[in-house]
Design a protein around this ligand. Structure first.
Ligand code: NDP
Ligand code: GDR
Length: 323
């Protein structure tokens, strides 16, 4: 019989890639869908998976909706990818971020526990929990020092996952994922903001690109590689925590250089620093050590930063041309 999976956050970047990945593995896929005024399903259309999955209405802040979604999906695996995931917004909406990204994850765990369905659970933890880093590279045992309401909420969700594993024997696993990007990344995140601007500037539709801290460094991987790691984690007999990262870090400035070079432009002529994009507290540098995932899951990233930037610029050039 086909395995069944329930994905929260199915309309997001990772949700769309994971749905596609699981369908290819023969899963029956259910996705939790929030009711928003705007169209949030474009990524599922982009990957041609929208009519191959079942959408169930629900919201992370409504425990009863999660109970009903579990009842409908009867899943073997639950992937909790839903969150208010934009770090900058978490200072403007700290309580909402705590409710959705923090307490929402606890609601998922509680719904699984109450249902008694025995589903294996994946929690989307984040390198933002390391924040003001205590050591480099960061591993599963590096202490947390979150620097934003988002990071604090993710730390709560992370420890709730560990706690439900230890208290109730839930098969609850946490993937501590470093930044991962793709042509399906939201436009508010710096990588996609850059590649979209590169496409517009190269077509003469935009004159400059205003960014905040160009010296911030991130360990950027490709989302398509990272959803495979999520699945591998839930195939293990024992639940655990795993860091998923490339092991390399790159500055925002260098990302700009590579992206503009993809259309033979010099980023210095177009990128302007605008303090409105500075954050109240910054995460200066992140670099992960995915050695445990390599040893235990046999996982390693396949797509290089250069390949990913080219993929994103190419997709944005096509989009801009079609507009
Ligand atoms: P996105 O921002 O692209 O997607 C977030 C998803 O959460 C959307 O489907 C959104 O639905 C949904 N959502 C928001 N609020 C609620 C709510 N109240 N109830 C139910 N669903 C809700 O995130 P990504 O795909 O990039 O990331 C997936 C997860 O991984 C997130 O939890 C993120 O914090 C975490 N993460 C991401 C990393 C990355 O680099 N991408 C790295 C580490 C962790 P809608 O479209 O309807 O708003
Ligand atoms: P991040 O991603 O905060 O790491 O969180 P984002 O792309 O927003 O920022 C990365 C770095 O770039 C700097 N930056 C800018 N960022 C944005 N968005 N816009 C700008 O104009 C800009 N200029 C400079 C930021 O200051 C920061 O240092 C992402 C999200 O996907 C989280 O959900 C996830 O948990 C983490 O990655 C790992």
């Amino acid at each position: 019989m086909a395995k069944r999976a329930l994905i929260t956050g199915v309309s997001g970047q990772d949700g769309a890639y994971l749905a596609s990945f699981l369908l290819d593995k023969g899963y029956e896929v259910y996705g939790l869908q929030t009711r928003r005024g705007s169209d949030t399903l474009w990524r599922l259309r982009y990957l041609s998976v929208l009519n191959r999955i079942q959408l169930v209405d629900g919201d992370l802040t409504d425990l009863s909706s999660l109970c009903r979604a579990l009842d409908t999906a009867q899943p073997d695996e639950v992937y909790n990818l839903a969150a208010q995931s934009f770090v900058a917004t978490s200072w403007a909406q700290p309580l909402l971020t705590a409710q959705v990204t923090g307490v929402g994850a606890l609601n998922v765990l509680e719904a699984v526990r109450l249902s008694g369905c025995g589903a294996r659970c994946y929690q989307a933890s984040s390198s933002e929990m390391f924040g003001k880093v205590r050591e480099t590279p960061q591993t599963e045992s590096t202490p947390f020092h979150p620097r934003s309401p988002y990071g604090v909420a993710k730390a709560f969700a992370h420890w709730s996952t560990v706690n439900y594993r230890e208290s109730f024997g839930l098969h609850a696993t946490s993937g501590i994922l470093f930044n991962h990007e793709s042509p399906l990344r939201g436009l508010e995140f710096v990588t996609r903001k850059i590649t979209d601007a590169v496409a517009r500037i190269s077509r003469g539709l935009q004159q400059e690109l205003r960014l905040g801290n160009l010296d911030a460094q991130r360990d950027w991987g490709f989302a398509g590689d990272y959803v495979e790691a999520m699945w591998l984690m839930l195939q293990q007999e024992q639940p655990d925590d795993y860091v998923i990262a490339t092991g390399h870090n790159t500055s925002v400035r260098e990302f700009c250089r590579v992206a503009f070079a993809a259309v033979k432009l010099d980023y210095e002529a177009y990128v302007k620093v605008d303090p409105q994009y500075y954050r109240p507290a910054e995460v200066d540098t992140l670099q992960g050590d995915a050695g445990k995932a390599q040893r235990m899951l046999g996982w390693r990233p396949r797509v290089s930063l250069q390949q990913m930037v080219e993929m994103m610029v190419e997709a944005d050039l096509k989009r801009v041309a079609a507009e």
